[in-house]
Design a protein around this ligand. Structure first.
Ligand code: ADP
Length: 667
């Protein structure tokens, strides 16, 4: 559990730092239970009544039923405040309360028997089980997907297809499985050019706040444990020349709202935070490798340095607003529009890399036909600017801290949470505007109405947020701080969404509700439906392909329920099939060609018919069982798998269970 996660909910909710605390009392009466929220220090009492019509007053004097319904609806929209279950909000509670208050919505701090419109979870989609309607602020599978290894894998698949577009992510190797490859590749680089002296950063998978991170200059310095002790981690090229301000390294925390997966809708907060190191930066050398205050920008580390500067100003101190840093750079002549445009591109491309697997998680938890809930999520992108101003993605946090206080040493060794105006300014805006965008009552701009892709590929993206349609009671609120970037820039980025099309196909053949892995029969059905087998590639070869790839990906999976072919293994199989079929093309064209072929088959009447009969059987077909497991398929020695094998080893693919679900990572 993260440091931020210590405030458990009781019916007395302390609003740290604001000097107020809320006491929640419960009164049961015969009409239902009524809750009162006394906000201490303000004398205010908020009341809520849980009856069937949720406090909606239906106009009594109209006779015409339709008119009454319409009127009632209008009134409901006008009068019934949006309801938010905040019982699981954890450390985002205070910022959430302020946001709800600004919106004049209704908070349910202890949850509610009737359904709420919005459920605000502090950790994961599953914080509140049994939510069947409304909207939850977390997607299923997001924590797993954004762990360092999984993110690296997802980006790497995109790097294979689009190396230039995905050069914003430092070269990474997955430990322990790619340890040998890492050593060999670095040794070769050094042998080729003795002047090259790279540094690497080792980050434990699922770690946060800088925990367990260290820098190395030679693969032999990896702290590897063996056997079951082997720690999963990512070793990554260290960016040696970051942009400095006041001689200090800093990184950007950018808030991104994933509003919907399908259709893909992404918003970026115009305001973010920058976190500064507390020791002047020097390029890494053996002597300074362990200087965390010089190399790591994590707030949680630097706050404990004697040099950390708490400041109420947004443009000084160790934590500043993004805009203050951008203005400062602009004053020095930096083209900040270009920087911003590159950052937006980085965000959209990263989202495109992780969305395919998220769609698999989503359909498993909320299968089509299930009424709900729907999901949205605020993500925290950590971005470093290189000296040449190119943004680099360090990681994406599924639970960015929404705390609006910071730790301060009030006496030697005594830390207390005190209000942080910089955090409040940024985070309350992000939460409030996320809620505004998710308002179930607001007129939803249909996706078809939105200008999809106003710019040509390569054109710079403007900085200003669009004017957003406002609901009538939003008059007093500032304009939205969240800027829509997708589908707005569809035209620029849609060509990257190849893996998503593969995922859509994968999901179509999954068969059983709640499933995330393809059984051998379903894989065969996919091959047959898409007419991918022929005299050169028999169904027996298909079975061997299935076994071979699935075994490599799920080698260490003890859970039989999870047996089968996951999306990433399916993508590998798909790349292999594409390579066989379209040998003369480059990988990207191979994949596009195979996708077009498969999609055409699936749309054909026979394709539709065959899909209906997708078997749910997870049993291994007799033909496969009789094969000796572990037989290597000679046909796998084609260029595609060889290329993949040379660049990476995907042996360990598993649905990673969060070891520790860390709430609200500020870093
Ligand atoms: P954590 O989740 O533990 O915070 P991060 O990936 O965010 O892990 O890394 C922690 C810090 O290390 C970052 O905030 C950044 O300052 C530094 N860092 C991480 N990766 C790199 C890199 N590839 N190059 C340079 N600095 C890095």
């Amino acid at each position: 559990m993260g440091r931020d996660d210590k405030n458990k909910h009781t019916s007395d909710v302390s609003l740290h730092g604001s000097g107020v605390s809320a006491h929640v009392g419960r009164n049961l009466n015969k009409q239902g239970h009524e809750r009162t929220l006394h906000i201490r220090g303000t004398g205010k009492i908020l009341q809520g009544k849980n009856n069937e019509n949720n406090g909606v007053t239906i106009h009594p004097s109209k006779n015409n039923q339709d008119a009454r319904r319409e009127d009632g609806f209008k009134l409901a929209r006008k009068r019934r405040p949006v309801t938010v279950d905040t019982s699981k909000a954890k450390t985002s509670l205070e910022a959430l309360k302020l946001s709800i208050k600004q919106l004049k919505w209704k908070e349910f701090p202890l949850g509610r028997r009737a359904a709420c419109d919005i459920y605000w979870h502090g950790v994961s989609f599953h914080d509140n089980e049994n939510v069947v309607s409304g909207q939850v602020n977390k997607f299923p599978g997001m924590i797993e997907m954004l762990r360092k290894i999984n993110l690296s894998r997802a980006v790497r698949t995109m790097q294979e297809l689009f190396p230039e577009e995905y050069d914003f992510y430092p070269r990474s190797w997955i430990l322990p499985e790619e340890c040998q490859q890492f050593s060999t590749q670095i040794r070769m680089v050094k042998e080729n050019d003795a002047t090259v002296n790279p540094t690497f950063i080792v980050k434990p998978d699922g770690g946060s706040q800088g925990d367990g991170i260290y820098l190395i200059r030679d693969p032999s310095d990896l702290k590897l444990m063996v056997g079951s002790q082997a720690k999963q981690a990512v070793v990554q090229e260290y960016i040696q020349r970051p942009l400095l301000i006041d001689k200090l390294k800093f990184d950007i925390r950018l808030y991104v709202l994933l509003k919907s997966l399908e259709p893909l809708e992404i918003y970026i907060a115009k305001e973010g935070l920058t976190r500064f190191c507390t020791e002047p930066y020097q390029e890494p050398c053996q002597k300074n490798l362990s200087h965390v205050f010089m190399h790591l920008t994590n707030y949680s580390l630097n706050v404990h340095s004697g040099n950390f500067v708490h400041s109420d100003s947004q443009s000084t101190g160790s934590k500043r607003t993004l805009s203050s840093v951008l203005y400062r750079l602009a004053a020095k002549g930096v083209d900040i529009k270009k920087v911003w445009s590159d950052i937006i591109a980085l965000v959209i491309k990263t989202a495109i890399a992780v969305v395919p697997e998220l769609r698999v998680y989503y359909q498993a938890d909320i299968p089509p036909g299930k009424p709900g809930p729907t999901c949205f999520q605020i993500l925290g992108f950590d971005i470093l600017l290189m000296k040449n101003l190119k943004p680099v993605l360090l990681e994406v946090n599924s639970n960015p801290s929404m705390r609006i206080e910071h730790e301060q040493e009030v006496a030697p060794g005594v830390f207390e949470y005190v209000p942080s105006p910089v955090d409040e300014e940024v985070k309350v805006g992000v939460i409030r505007d996320t809620l505004r965008l998710m308002d179930p009552g607001s007129k939803k701009a249909s996706i078809s109405q939105l200008r999809a892709g106003g710019l040509e590929h390569g054109e710079e993206i403007p900085m200003e947020a669009e004017t957003q349609e406002r609901s009538p009671d939003e008059g007093a609120l500032p304009s939205l701080c969240l800027k829509q970037v997708y589908p707005k820039y569809t035209k620029q980025f849609n060509y990257l969404r190849l893996v998503e099309r593969i995922a859509a196909m994968f999901i179509r053949f999954l068969g059983v509700k709640g499933n995330m892995r393809l059984g051998p029969t379903a894989f065969r059905t996919f091959i047959r439906t898409c007419k991918l087998s022929n005299s050169n590639f028999s169904m027996a070869s298909v079975d061997i392909l299935y076994i071979d790839i699935t075994r490599r990906w799920s080698g260490t999976m003890p859970d039989s329920r999870e047996a089968g072919m996951g999306l990433q293994a399916f993508v590998e199989a798909f790349f292999y099939l594409a390579g066989r079929r379209f040998k003369s093309l480059a990988l990207r064209e191979q994949v596009v060609s195979l996708l077009e072929l498969c999609e055409a088959q699936l749309e054909s009447p026979s394709g539709v018919e065959e899909r209906r009969s997708v078997s749910c059987s997870r049993a291994m077909p007799r033909a496969i069982k009789s094969q000796t497991l572990g037989l290597t398929n000679p046909q796998l020695n084609s260029p595609a798998p060889l290329r993949r094998a040379a660049s990476q080893d995907y042996r360990l693919h598993q649905r990673l269970k969060p070891r520790t679900l860390r709430a609200n990572v500020e870093n």
